[in-house]
Design a protein around this ligand. Structure first.
Ligand code: GLU
Length: 375
């Protein structure tokens, strides 16, 4: 087991560390002890050659007392107002602590909409690159004041998972207030045992995750496991560990048996495919025949009109669409070269018949393999 960890973590240089609200705050206040320890540990690891992007929660949790709430608020506008207050406090605290160690920090606020939009995605990527090249520590959070449910990441675990490919990092480290993933709820059961290594995220591990939701955080273990699954698809590992334990990051990076490690998947998606698979919102669906599914999954081919059986939704040229197998399971996502109306006309035809049918030809493929991500 140790050997697998060592091998998996041996090339790690750039790490996304996501810190949950439960680690950062204590009864509605920022946990100041955590901040000073965290800054010292990150500074020390940077000295050793590691680089970091921090995804930090805690804005809502740090802001609600100032608005006179005794518990975190429930309505979205109230949460947003709390985040507006708390974000400032959060950043001030990070800056104060990191300055002690000569580390300059930068605030990066993102929404899921920013990541979906390829241009803004690339802008965010360029900004992070310049910050990292200049040894500035990016502190990322969701731009809570402007998001509603439809355009939310869901939680910062998901945001952190999407950043792995955006910033081309080597490891996702999720710090929470539990030691990792357990085989049953450690808060209810004295016999719960920690799962040290997960080879692949499957139904069994997801079932374990339904337990152990922290009271302060938003995502719980399920969203962490989902983040680990997305990260594995980019071909890098995730570790879930207890951020309240001093020295936890150094031990994880030294490949010690700390927290739960999720191994990278064997088929690494490119950055662009990872973005296609997990950041974009499909505008429609294409149902494929068995031959097309086989060709796509086993040979990594493009999708030809011949393999399309049914079209769902109203999408235009260049829009993201889902591809489904005959059982209705989503097997891939991609950017379509033809609109929904035109795919309906050419579905089932041979590519050479496209011109005759449509009066124009935008290429032989409905989705070219460069624009396709297998799920
Ligand atoms: N953006 C939220 C905050 O700063 C946290 C969201 C999350 O933890 O998933 O309070």
């Amino acid at each position: 087991m140790q050997e697998i960890r060592r091998k998996t973590l041996s090339h790690v240089k750039l790490v996304v560390v996501k810190i949950g609200s439960a680690v950062l705050t204590e009864s509605g206040q920022l946990n100041l002890t955590f901040f000073s320890r965290f800054a010292a540990e990150i500074a020390e690891l940077r000295e050793q050659g590691y680089s970091f992007i921090i995804v930090t929660s805690g804005a809502v949790a740090a802001g609600f007392e100032a608005l006179g709430f005794s518990a975190p608020p429930l309505t979205i506008p109230e949460k947003q107002a709390c985040a507006a207050i708390g974000q400032l406090r959060l950043m001030r605290q990070y800056e104060t602590e990191f300055i002690e160690h000569g580390v300059a920090v930068a605030q990066v606020l993102l929404t899921a909409d920013d990541i979906r939009n390829r241009r803004r995605y690339l802008n965010a990527r360029n900004t992070l690159k310049v910050l990292l090249d200049n040894e500035i520590l990016p502190l990322v959070n969701e731009n809570d004041t402007v998001v509603v449910r439809e355009i939310k990441f869901g939680d910062n675990d998901n945001l952190a998972a999407l950043l792995t490919s955006l910033a081309e990092v080597d490891l996702l480290l999720l710090l929470t207030d539990l030691d990792g993933v357990y085989d049953c709820n450690p808060r209810d059961s004295g016999t719960a045992s920690l799962i040290s290594l997960v080879g692949e995220v499957d139904d069994e591990i997801t079932a374990f995750a339904c337990v152990g939701k922290s009271e302060t955080g938003t995502g719980g273990m399920l969203s962490k496991i989902e983040a680990a699954r997305k990260t594995a698809a980019y071909g890098i590992p995730t570790v879930i560990a207890n951020g309240r334990r001093p020295g936890v990051m150094a031990r994880v990076l030294a490949a010690e048996d700390e927290g739960t490690i999720f191994l990278p998947g064997s088929n690494r998606l490119s950055c662009r495919q990872h973005w296609l698979a997990f950041a974009v919102e499909p505008k429609g669906g294409l149902y494929l025949d068995r031959g097309a599914v086989k060709a796509l999954l086993e040979r990594g081919t493009s999708l030809l009109p011949k393999g399309v059986v049914r079209v769902e939704g109203d999408f235009g040229v260049g829009d993201p669409v889902s591809c489904f197998d005959p059982e209705g399971v989503e097997i891939a996502r991609g950017l379509t070269a033809y609109s929904a109306a035109d795919v309906k006309k050419i579905a089932g035809l041979h590519s050479r018949e496209i011109v005759k049918c449509l009066g124009y030809d935008a290429g032989a493929d409905v989705i070219h393999r460069d624009n396709l991500a297998r799920l």
